[in-house]
Every structure is written in structure tokens, then in C-alpha cells.
Design a protein around this ligand. Sequence first.
Ligand code: GTP
Ligand code: ZN
Ligand code: ZN
Ligand code: ZN
Ligand code: ZN
Ligand code: ZN
Length: 292
Amino acid sequence: MTNLQTGEHVHVDAAGNEFVHSHDHHHKDEHEHHHEHGDGHSHSHSHSHGHEHSHEHGHSHEHEHGNGHTHSHGSVVSLEHEVLLKNDRLAEQNRGWLEGRAIRAVNLMSSPGAGKTTLLERTIRERGSALNLRVIEGDQETTRDGERIRAAGASVVQINTGAGCHLDAAMVGRALRQLDPPARSLVMIENVGNLVCPAMFDLGEQARAVVASVTEGDDKPAKYPHMFRGADAVVLNKMDLLPHVQFDVAAFEKRVHELNPRAKIFRVSATRGDGLDAWYDWLRDAGEPGKT
Ligand SMILES: Nc1nc2c(ncn2[C@@H]2O[C@H](COP(=O)(O)OP(=O)(O)OP(=O)(O)O)[C@@H](O)[C@H]2O)c(=O)[nH]1
Ligand SMILES: [Zn+2]
Ligand SMILES: [Zn+2]
Ligand SMILES: [Zn+2]
Ligand SMILES: [Zn+2]
Ligand SMILES: [Zn+2]
């Protein structure tokens, strides 16, 4: 993790201890996962993953999920389940931390290149101070997007996930403490470009926005329903390219609302600035109780 204001890095060891320091070379995130079991033992390990793997235990155990169902595992335990349980607990901690400061956080997700950073840059330039906006920037590698955000004028902390394909609540918790946003500010969290995994990981945010673009095909909601089902807002970007691509806007919006009737949809061009006033109005109220 890199604080682009101070150049500080944070490393976290297996026990969860944080080491903050600054230096001039690049570190890869170790992608440490820590597991706790109902029977009282815990262990950690690092790995790169695509959510398909499981790991082997010499014991069997039961655990409960936030949604109330319980199941038991045999000797092969789904790591995905364990990671999600731990994540949800840390997400609740982040939510408490944010609520205690009256800070709102918006989780911004999309496929790679749909225009998240471009949308953030323009939002910062046009509304950065009115919205009291800060950014947590997630990418697998490089601080390129973080540098773009800083150049646009916002405080930013960059998280590099290495092989990881999503931000998780632990990463965001550490980044929030680095960013140290003031009371009543708005924190935009740019997730790793990916329509699958980010949908599964609660970061403790109050609202979720999905950016889709007209170059991706109007059947995206049908193919990635989880992402669209969980969205409070869907930003349909690159509307300026509509004359050049096959994209049925009405069909896209119908598919979104079939999955998720409450999602607000904004048709915008982040490069030209079209349609952004409605997006800014949504951001002003996003996550306020009773407003979204
Ligand atoms: N024509 C057009 N191009 C856009 C628009 N918004 C973004 N782009 C272009 O799309 C490309 C990707 O934009 P980014 O903002 O970097 O996308 P991103 O979602 O942040 O990408 P990742 O962080 O890699 O997932 C860039 O070349 C942008 O200039 C738009 O409204 N219209
Ligand atoms: Zn285990
Ligand atoms: Zn399970
Ligand atoms: Zn980006
Ligand atoms: Zn992971
Ligand atoms: Zn993944």
C-alpha cells in the first residue's frame, strides 16, 4: 500500500501487525489471508488465487454464514467461504469506523477500462471540494491511476493487490487509516477492474456504483448478474461512442432493472462530461440514511 502524499508503505505480517515506512522501490502485496475456525485455532498463509482453490485440513468443522445458514465441511475446506466470513467481519468494522466519523464510502466497480479513473478525475475536478472527496485506488500493479487521481487534486492512497483480483475489507481498513479522511468527507474506492470478485467482497461501504461502457455490449448485466444486483447506481459510460458501436441502451437498462429495480442509471461520457450532473447529485446523497 502506498500513500501518495507521504510515500509511506505499509506492510502487514502474518499476525496482522502493520509496519509503516517509506522507501523508493516497489513492493508486491503479499496477499496474506488469515483464517479463524470455530474450534478456536487460526492460521494464515499467502497465495495468489482465482477463487477456485480449496485447501486441506486435518480436521472437519462447522461454521455459520452471515446469511444464517450453517454447513459443515469435511477434510477439504472451501477457502473461499472462510475468506468471505473473515472479510464480512472486517467490513462491519470498517462500516463502524466510517459511521463514527460520518464519512461515506462508495465502492466503484467495473470491467477493466470502463472508465472508473476517468470518471473519478472529472468528478474531482468538477466537484472535489463540494463533495469533500478522497480516493482509495485499487490496481493489481503500478501507481498510475493513483498518480492520475493526485494530479486531479484529491488525496489518494493506492493499494496494489499483486495477483489479487479484488479489494477486500482488510486492505480497505488499512487504506482508510492511511488516508485519514476528515469527518463528513466522501471516500471513493476504485476497485480492481473485474466484474466477478469485487461483487463478493463487502468493503464496509455505504453504496456501490458499477461503471459499464457502451463498448462492452448491452448483455453485460445478464452475464454478470451479481455485480448488477448489488449496485445502487449503474453509470453507463462512453455514451459519446454510441454512433460507432452496436449497443441498445434501452435493452441494457431493461436488463439492469430486471435484476435490480432500485438501481439508479446514469448515461454519461466521462471524457466529454455529458450527463454528470445527475451523477454528482447522486454522489452528494449516496449512503445518507433514507436518501439512496
Ligand atoms: N470515448 C470515451 N473514452 C473514455 C471515456 N471514459 C474513459 N475513456 C477511455 O477509456 C480508457 C480507460 O479509461 P480508464 O478511466 O483508465 O478506465 P478504468 O476503468 O479506470 O480502467 P482500470 O483501472 O484499468 O480498470 C481510457 O483510454 C479513457 O480515455 C468516455 O466517456 N468516452
Ligand atoms: Zn483452515
Ligand atoms: Zn462455508
Ligand atoms: Zn482505473
Ligand atoms: Zn484474496
Ligand atoms: Zn477473483
